[in-house]
Design a protein around this ligand. Structure first.
Ligand code: URA
Length: 238
């Protein structure tokens, strides 16, 4: 796919968009053997040879990392056989083909990473790494501070024991309560099943952090490219 040169340089975490403009304007970027002076020139990084300071952009610098605030009502895939909206519908045309790293349920919202970095995806989803996923769950019924030891102790679900790394109360009410729960793995419907096992049905679930990635000022449906330090933090997870 042909993309603006400055975007290619920036989205790979090589530099900021303005930094990329400067690289081009300073004559440091060569495309197919010719110095390019327009940062907006369209380039297909899989076909065209792009060099910065005489060094060819390796494939790893064509990788893209996008954080999406997944809204409710979207499936975490690139295509849904039932024709429901999918998360990649929310990407604007400027991105290549990206895939979600793991899944959030259709009715769950929050941090979802999309990337074409298959190796990182594989590592992040491997249970061995166990980095934290933080959720805010609104549940039916009253949960109080005095109930928290039970919430922290863990339960046995039908696919084995489950225990959050942390469980804290955000809001306690007679009809509904809100908890912040941290889990270190991504089992299917884990948070909903956990809460239900404790007698509280989840009515709303938001993932507020995925390892080092947080929602920040994003609104549901919005995306932003990861900043280079965030990409480095993900690569450092081991
Ligand atoms: N736990 C759930 O129940 N659903 C999700 O989407 C993620 C974690």
């Amino acid at each position: 796919m042909r993309t603006r040169l400055n975007k290619i340089l920036a989205r790979a975490g090589l530099t900021s968009r303005r930094g990329a403009d400067r690289l081009v304007l300073d004559g440091r970027v060569v495309v197919n053997g010719e110095v390019v002076t327009s940062p907006g020139v369209l380039v297909d990084p899989t076909v065209d040879r792009v060099e910065v300071d005489g060094r060819r952009l390796p494939a790893s610098e064509l990788l893209e990392y996008v954080l999406l605030y997944k809204p409710r009502g979207y499936v975490s895939t690139v295509r849904d056989p039932r024709g429901r909206p999918v998360v990649t519908d929310l990407l604007r045309g400027e991105h290549g083909r990206l895939y979600p790293v793991g899944r959030l349920d259709f009715d769950v919202e929050g941090v979802l990473l999309l990337t074409n970095d298959g190796e990182l995806t594989h590592r992040l989803l491997h249970p061995r790494y166990g980095f934290p996923r933080v959720y805010e769950a609104t549940v039916e019924g009253r949960v109080t501070e005095s109930n928290l030891p039970r919430w922290r102790a863990g339960v046995t679900l039908d696919d084995g024991p489950a225990r959050p790394r942390a469980a804290d109360l955000v809001e306690s009410g007679a009809a509904a309560s809100r908890l912040r729960l941290t889990f270190a793995e991504g089992r299917k419907h884990e948070v909903k099943r956990y809460c239900e096992a404790l007698g509280h049905r989840v009515t709303r679930l938001t993932r507020i952090a995925f390892g080092p990635l947080t929602l920040g000022p994003l609104r549901p449906g919005q995306t932003r490219p990861l900043a280079p330090p965030e990409i480095r933090a993900l690569r450092a997870i081991r």
